[in-house]
Design a binder for this molecule. Structure first.
Ligand code: GDP
Ligand code: MN
Length: 403
């Protein structure tokens, strides 16, 4: 699960990670209020207005309607409302949102931490994630912060420092010092940096996070270390242990069809193709998508209805697939193991009648326990459903209906 920058920063702060302070707002008026509070609290002269969407690249990204960037600087409180108006309610397009962009419902009003001083402020990169091949967390850091880290990895892989953490021992003090040293931090920055890395790792463990990405980590002109951005990814499978975190979910950021599928207990991922598919089992779903491609179609989705497919799950799956306007045909591919094919066939027929008004051809391939009874039920139903038992026939049908 993804959360917003403002939420991520609040949580990190609780773990002792030093952050760029900010207050979230959803109207120009509340943004002025936020700026005033922030000034009283931090003494900041300037303010950063930051779009809160579940995507990065906001600084370079632009709001479609106004041309404003997604992260902008206001050099006084009086500048705040206009800067906010140019962002709030607009559609922000960044290299991570795709051309359709994302609607901005909230902005974070943050203190300016790039103020001038003894030295230039400098941006760094830091992330923590699971290294699956080494089966342990890894902390990655780089002096090349603020920019696209994929590009750094491509052109200057030596500029990315990696420190693997033995989960049984945890992060050791020497490891945090090693990273801080490699980043060239000295004096107060070194001291704060070591603490920063330790707190960040504790937060990663404590939250059951799947990924943290802090880009940039800032060394301020007075040698302090701060998280200016916070991409926090939580492990969905651990959310039952964190009821308070589960509440941070913002479903307006998610694909509506995926949200609906989640409620029905279906594993659904929307794709760009024209053949909707409903399958039981993730492996079979992948194979079905391959078959669709081989027969000249493009899968419109991945949908695993799970082991216990029944009339209700089939109906919910149908409804979700049909809501996708790109769908030109539906392929249902169910292997009857625990679930019997005749039961699924009845489910398909029932769902078909209940939903009614289905304009796209449906190809049903039922294989396994009671496959022939299932095929018979489909054929005798009088509905415009094509039945196939052999996968090749199903693929041929897809080809025919798309032609
Ligand atoms: P992203 O573009 O979505 O990754 O958003 P970030 O939170 O990383 O911010 C983007 C950029 O905004 C940073 O790289 C900075 O250049 C700039 N920025 C962020 N905070 C401040 C600030 O306090 N003062 C100034 N002057 N610039 C800031
Ligand atoms: Mn960033």
């Amino acid at each position: 699960m993804n959360i917003h920058e403002y939420q991520g920063k609040e949580i990190l702060k609780k773990y002792g990670v030093t952050i760029q302070r900010g207050i979230v707002a959803d109207t120009p008026d509340s943004a002025i209020q936020a700026a005033k509070e922030l000034q009283a609290e931090t003494g900041t002269k300037w303010f950063v207005v930051k779009s809160q969407i579940h995507a990065g690249g906001r600084g370079k990204g632009k709001v479609k309607e106004t041309g404003s960037h997604g992260v902008v600087l206001a050099k006084s409180i009086t500048e705040v409302p206009d800067k906010v108006k140019a962002i709030l309610g607009g559609t922000l397009v960044t290299h991570q949102t795709g051309p359709e962009g994302k609607k901005v419902n909230k902005v974070l009003i943050a203190e300016d931490v790039y103020y001038p001083g003894e030295s230039e402020p400098k941006e760094y990169y830091m992330s923590i994630l699971l290294d699956r091949s080494k089966a342990c967390p890894v902390i990655m850091a780089s002096t090349e912060g603020g920019m696209n880290i994929e590009e750094v990895a491509e052109t200057h892989p030596e500029k990315i420092i990696k420190e693997w953490i033995d989960p049984a021992i945890g992060l050791q003090a020497f490891q945090a010092r090693k990273i801080a040293f490699a980043l060239g931090w000295e004096g107060n920055a070194f001291k704060e940096g070591v603490k920063f890395i330790g707190s960040l790792y504790n937060a990663y463990l404590g939250l059951d996070a799947s990924m943290f990405e802090i880009n940039p980590v800032l060394k301020t002109s007075d040698n302090r270390i701060l998280a200016v951005d916070a991409k926090v990814n939580l492990d969905d499978n651990a959310l039952y242990r964190h009821k308070d975190l589960a509440e941070l979910r913002d479903i307006t950021e998610e694909d509506p069809l995926e949200v609906e599928a989640g409620k029905a207990g279906l594993n659904y991922v929307k794709l760009d193709g024209n053949v909707g598919c409903m399958v039981n089992g993730a492996g079979l779903a992948m194979a079905t998508m391959d078959i669709i491609k081989l027969s000249g179609g493009e899968p419109a989705n991945f949908l695993d209805v799970g082991g216990g497919a029944n009339a209700e799950t089939v109906e919910a799956g149908f409804r979700i697939i049909l809501k996708d306007p790109n769908v030109k045909a539906i392929l249902i591919n169910i292997f009857g193991g625990i679930v019997r094919c005749d039961r699924v066939a009845n489910g398909v027929v029932e769902a078909y009648k209940k939903i009614g008004d289905i304009h796209v051809p449906i190809i049903v391939r039922l294989q396994g326990t009671n496959a022939e009874e299932g095929a018979k039920i489909i054929e005798q139903s009088g509905l415009k459903v094509f039945s196939a038992i052999v996968l090749k026939d199903a693929a041929q049908r897809v080809k025919e209906v798309l032609a």
